[in-house]
Design a protein around this ligand. Sequence first.
Ligand code: 3AM
Length: 279
Amino acid sequence: MAMSAPKVKRRVGKYEIGRTIGEGTFAKVKFAKNSETGEPVAIKILDKEKVLKHKMVEQIQREIATMKLIKHPNVVRLYEVMGSKTKIFIVLEFVIGGELFDKIVNHGRMREDEARRYFQQLINAVDYCHSRGVYHRDLKPENLLLDISGNLKVSDFGLSALSQQVRDDGLLHTTCGTPNYVAPEVLNDRGYDGATADLWSCGVILYVLLAGYLPFDDSNLMTLYKKISAAEFTCPPWLSLGAMKLISRIMDPNPMTWLMRSGLNPLGGSDRWSNCPCV
Ligand code: 3AM
């Protein structure tokens, strides 16, 4: 009896590549297995040609080297990076629970205690990375994953050089489509501080968790930009006073007044969060 030919599995290094999990902003994500340990991983596959045409190789290499040192329970681990002639493979911790925002899409807004737990995990991740000089600059729903125990894992931390290129290519508004989470200073392209820009996005995320919808939204991109720049939003009546205060303090259109009003030291390191009422 003729045996059917064994299926040839595609391999990259010690990883057996499996099914496609999804398409992200700047990469395809595939499931894979470490053939030495059996451990599942997710591999982001990028086109070298697209990524490298801006001569950002050094910055990307620097970011990747830093990312390898980032080990935090709420940040998706980056295990290693490999390259072929045409592709870059970023090997990541496999996170099984899907995206946080699917919960909102499927079940609507969250109770404050549930949102608080996710927000604290998000802030812990952001604080940890910032204290090591790593900024996200593109925090948004698809970067917030959940593990099997329902803990938050932030992905794409430190890969901002990669997403920056997507932005430079003008693809931000066409392929990823959503500037809703982006801080005013990023939109206005005034040189910006990765820390305050990330924090702004955390404010938008907290709002969405509690409200069940976006604080800034408009089908017209220019109107949306104006709303974000003016931090023009209203809180739904079910928000507690504490949540409202925290959100309006974070989503202040001027990051400097935000820092001063919250009594935080703009130059401070990771201890800047110690007086923050949210953590
Ligand atoms: O296409 P969907 O939204 O189903 O959740 C991410 C997204 O899924 C998933 O890959 C898709 C494109 O970003 N994803 C990204 N990183 C992942 C990881 N480390 C991941 N899934 C599991 N583990």
